[in-house]
Design a protein around this ligand. Structure first.
Ligand code: F6R
Length: 610
């Protein structure tokens, strides 16, 4: 997830671009750059760091241009550095991109073979070279762009300028957001509305497969492939700039919960081949021969990422039959862990900067283990120091409470388990295909699951005065009970405990009375009967049960005062679907209690101290 902005009009583009980038900084903040005309030539200025570093780097220069592009980067391919910062250029073609080009490696090799010289590690640079190569063949700006995009697979929102047609910006979109702002004799392109809301409230939202050709005289939109003109509606935005930054949501946490279908789609994009029945773990630097030899896995993390690790153990051991130990990072580093030969350590961390996780990662390296990282932030310390990384690509997570990072970590663990099970010959090709098919449906099922929001709000209204809460789960969903309880504690300050349902009768049952709501996770799986009995036990002691169950399961109705029905998925993916209502419940309780949802007291997004 990056932020792009473009301007064409009668004001000086430079301050417009810088101001727009500042409004987009929530989308990425590891490097930034702008491109603008200096006479007939395009100048590019970039730097690693934040927008203010870019601003400082051009301070005092009298830059003036009426057309320009800007970019704030959230690194996905290549570390955060000046060379990898956008805009990128090939000849007179300069562009900014948000998205992921899946086939960039093949395209890059092909172009290198034809003499193109690359100056960055990014996937984006191939697009400039492709457009440039078609321009050199004599195609005009638009035709060269259309021809180039025929080769490109993946997601993109791109703004392009060209030295040979200085009074034009082209904007193209597929699976990454792109909006156009329409002013008086001036036009904007951006990843998100706040970037230009200061100047205009009239917008056009581009749809997939569309190209906008923008000059000072106006905008025309057409299909990228079929060139057919498209008539677009102009919407008038009534949001305030802060609301707009959060995409109209009240809080970043709610926005991030709702971003999960997109985030999961980005996690799985290009990561497996349905035809070959293979997982692509290139970035993890794990050959199938290495996977075959693995005889023990350690999953190490903190907080919500530790809950992902706990789910990972259930998936890996069940699917690949390889023993898996899960450790809290701050415990692992001091317990003198025994890592037998052939062990693999996987640390899981959204930020890649959690002090305890980094210490555990370094300790594992010292003990001679190969260490991999499942991480969201490219260029973070964990990603740089690991022997291999699986980037979750969920985009920046701003809310302190982790939501989309968690479900994308689970998605990564699912893919890893399939690769391991295949290498260990514990799974048949037909079963692999079925697992992939279920994964392909996951973004849609998550989308469906989010429709539970109103029902969750009703439950929150009923229970937000509770002092304590108990969350019960079994098997693969026991860690989801822990996760639900953690979220409630951290953002609504209600005391909550997550418990393996079978353990309830060994202690916590003593707490149950009329004032103790109990949330029970009851998906249709092999332990459903057991959790139904646990719900009976709670009910018969006067406890109020809120059940989260698979749609169609009527047996929960008599045992619970409230039921949330979730879409059916396979056993391994239920933790993803079932965590959605729990994150929403914590969110609504916190809002009802008037808590600071995005910045809960005493908590930091990234815990960089021990
Ligand atoms: C809870 C939460 C924290 C983090 C933990 C680890 O909502 O966000 O528990 O999961 O601090 O952070 P990362 O994953 O960045 O290492």
């Amino acid at each position: 997830m990056c932020g792009i902005i473009g301007y064409i009009g009668n004001r000086n583009a430079i301050p417009v671009l810088i101001n727009g980038l500042k409004r987009l900084e929530y989308r990425g903040y590891d490097s930034a750059g702008i491109a603008f005309f200096n006479g007939n030539k395009i100048n590019v200025r970039r730097c690693a760091g934040k927008i203010k570093d870019l601003e400082v780097s051009i301070k005092g220069e009298k830059l003036r241009s009426f057309t320009g592009l800007g970019h704030t980067r959230w690194a996905t391919h290549g570390k955060p550095s000046e060379e990898n910062a956008h805009p990128h250029r090939s000849g007179g073609i300069v562009l900014v991109h948000n998205g992921i080009i899946e086939n960039y490696f093949e395209l890059k090799e092909e172009l290198k073979g034809k003499g193109h010289v690359f100056t960055s590690e990014t996937d984006t640079e191939v697009i400039c070279h492709l457009i440039h190569s078609y321009s050199r063949k004599g195609l005009d700006f638009e035709a060269a762009t259309r021809a180039a995009l025929k080769h490109v697979e993946g997601a993109y929102a791109i703004g392009i300028i060209n030295e040979s047609e200085p009074d034009k910006i082209l904007a193209v979109k597929k699976d990454s957001p792109l909006v156009l702002g329409l002013g008086e004799g001036e036009f904007f392109i951006a990843s998100d509305i706040p970037a230009f809301l200061k100047y205009t409230k009239d917008v056009i939202i581009l749809d997939n497969g569309e190209m906008a050709s923008i000059t000072r005289k106006g905008v025309s939109v057409s299909g990228i492939a079929n060139k057919k003109p498209v008539k677009k509606e102009i919407a008038n935005i009534t949001w305030s700039p802060t609301m707009a930054e959060k995409g109209g949501y009240k809080h970043f946490m709610l926005k991030e919960i709702n971003e999960q279908p997109r985030a999961i789609a980005d996690t799985i994009r290009g990561r497996f081949s349905l035809e070959k029945g293979e997982v692509n773990l290139d970035e993890f630097s794990l050959a199938e021969s290495e996977l075959k030899k693995l005889n023990k896995i350690f999953l190490v993390a903190c907080g919500t990422s530790w809950h992902a690790a706990l789910v990972g153990k259930y998936i890996i051991e069940d699917m690949a039959r390889v023993p898996c130990e899960v450790d809290i990072a701050s415990e692992f580093r001091y317990r003198r862990p025994l890592l037998p030969k052939g062990s693999l350590v996987i640390v899981i961390t959204q930020s890649g900067e959690t002090a305890d996780t980094l210490a555990a990662q370094r300790e594992s390296g010292k003990l001679g283990a190969k260490v991999l990282s499942i991480c969201n932030v490219v260029g973070s310390t964990s990603a740089r120091e690991a022997d291999g990384v699986f980037f979750t690509h969920s985009g920046p997570e701003i809310g302190v409470a982790s939501t989309k990072a968690f479900t994308t970590q689970l998605t990564g663990l699912y893919l890893f388990a399939i690769a391991l099970a295949k290498a260990k010959e514990k799974i048949r090709s037909d079963d692999i295909r079925e697992l992939f098919n279920e994964l392909l449906q996951l973004p849609e099922k998550v989308e469906q699951s989010l429709k539970i929001n109103d029902a969750v709000l009703k439950i929150a209204k009923r229970f937000y005065h509770a002092r304590d809460f108990l969350y019960l789960g079994r098997g693969i969903n026991y860690p989801i009970a822990l996760e639900g309880a953690l979220k409630l504690k951290e953002i609504s300050y209600i005391h909550a405990e997550g418990y393996p349902a079978g353990e309830m009768k060994h202690g916590p049952i003593a707490l149950i009375d009329n004032n103790m709501p109990v949330l029970a996770l009851a998906p249709d799986d092999k332990v459903l009967e057991k959790i139904l009995s646990n719900m009976e036990e709670v009910k018969s002691r006067g406890g109020k049960v809120i059940a989260v169950a698979t749609e169609g399961n009527t047996r929960v109705l008599s045992r619970a005062s409230n039921v949330l029905f979730m879409p059916k998925t396979n056993y391994y993916l239920t933790p993803i679907i079932f965590s959605i209502p729990l994150h929403l419940l914590a969110y609504h309780m916190a809002v009802l209690k008037k808590c600071n949802v995005d910045q809960p007291r005493n908590l930091a997004k990234s815990v960089t101290v021990e």
